[in-house]
Ligand binder design. Sequence first.
Ligand SMILES: Cc1cc2nc3c(=O)[nH]c(=O)nc-3n(C[C@H](O)[C@H](O)[C@H](O)COP(=O)(O)OP(=O)(O)OC[C@H]3O[C@@H](n4cnc5c(N)ncnc54)[C@H](O)[C@@H]3O)c2cc1C
Length: 449
Amino acid sequence: MPLIVQSSEYAPLSQRLDEIVRPLASAFASPLSVLHVAGLVALSDGKRIALSPSARYGQEPKKGNGMTKKVADLLVDVLAEAGVRRIYGVVGDSLNGITDSIRVKNNLEWVHVRHEEVAAFAAGAEAHLTGTLAVCAGSCGPGNMHLINGLYDCQRNRVPVLAIAAHIPSREIGSDYFQETDPKHIFAQCSHYCELVSDPEQMPRILETAIQTAISKRGVSVIVLPGDVALKDAVQGPRVRFHEQKSALCPSDEELNVLAELLNRAEKITILGGAGCAGAHAELMEVAGKLQAPIVHAYRGKEFIEYDNPFDVGMTGLLGFSSGYYAMMNCEILLMIGTDFPYRDFYPKDATIVQIDLRGEQLGRRTKVDYGIVGDTKATLRAYRSDVRSGQSSLLTLAVSLLPKKIRNVCPTSQRFDEPFPVHIIPKHFLPAITTAHQVINGSVILNT
Ligand SMILES: Cc1cc2nc3c(=O)[nH]c(=O)nc-3n(C[C@H](O)[C@H](O)[C@H](O)COP(=O)(O)OP(=O)(O)OC[C@H]3O[C@@H](n4cnc5c(N)ncnc54)[C@H](O)[C@@H]3O)c2cc1C
């Protein structure tokens, strides 16, 4: 469920996000004071007052000189250093250590929502818009369980999100305690990494692994943190830097030659592109031009492919257009690029299918694939050498003519945005909503599609 953001100005994404988040937060937050389940944290007039951590967690913070770093402090500091700006969530007793640390340190913003599901979706939207790590949190039991829908969405959309699942007191784990669940089990299917911190000595490494995994594998990591462990003294671990993959994977010469030979021989080629074409618009247009191939896009590829695209024949699938369906079903060769389009019935039965994807495990997952190539879209299309065709192919002419006129008329309204999400297209029928929302949130518009 991607968000579409349109702004009249080209403000930096992080600044625009602040403008969006603040009014959203106040829209989701209760205007009244909120007394959460166990009544341990109160929100009043937008200010957070963290009451004493529960005796239930059996660990009052040390009074001393106030300098002792807690596990919760370590978490908050590392997140802030990693560039995280905010945590979306609902306050609750097992989260007290973390929310109190945020209040004292003031290096992260706590964005209060009414339901943890919103927190996970909001973190997913932030990660999608910025391409960087976003964080959500839920308290023990039902609190973190509510994150589940949003986390599935983040995992499927391959956006980097860290979820903090606060947990029941560590001494009670395994006793069928009040609000006890097994978060490691619950989140296993919607995360790349999910680990319980039962001792402060584990925290630095688990935290680092969780962040690095979410960034590298592009998906969800979950840290399960009992409330009492969050309030224990932290063990200082080595600081880490989090690494983003900058290298681009390019297929071998041999593979590129096979690809060129195959495509040069065929008359009717259709390209099916998806979200994996992000940032490769120019390369995609160049190759489609050489091949005279119509471009069908999968849903998540829309924002990266549809704009300024003379080869566009729309989407296919349950919500797709006849033009997209026609182009897919009548080609000799289907060239899938950076897509995980799931509907088997919308793939051609007799065509030769070539798939290019960054992840080898995606090859052939949705349909039979005759030639699978592991490679980054931009690098592969740049390296690809093909003959230039003269004249428009009959398949392209026909498929384009089938694209509903109103869709073609809408596309030129697209605008460019910064990498990694350069383009967002707003269909005409959303315009009245945009006008209203524009007034509400100060120049930026969010629409759910
Ligand atoms: C009710 C409902 C109805 C839907 N109807 C439709 C429909 O009619 N039509 C439709 O298309 N979708 C529809 N969807 C969405 C659909 O389920 C899929 O999520 C969508 O088609 C996948 O889009 P995608 O292939 O662009 O993105 P993804 O699933 O994210 O796939 C992207 C692929 O690109 C690869 N990749 C990432 N980066 C790179 C890179 N740099 N280089 C190369 N490869 C890369 C990834 O490994 C992945 O395989 C519907 C969803 C719902 C909930």
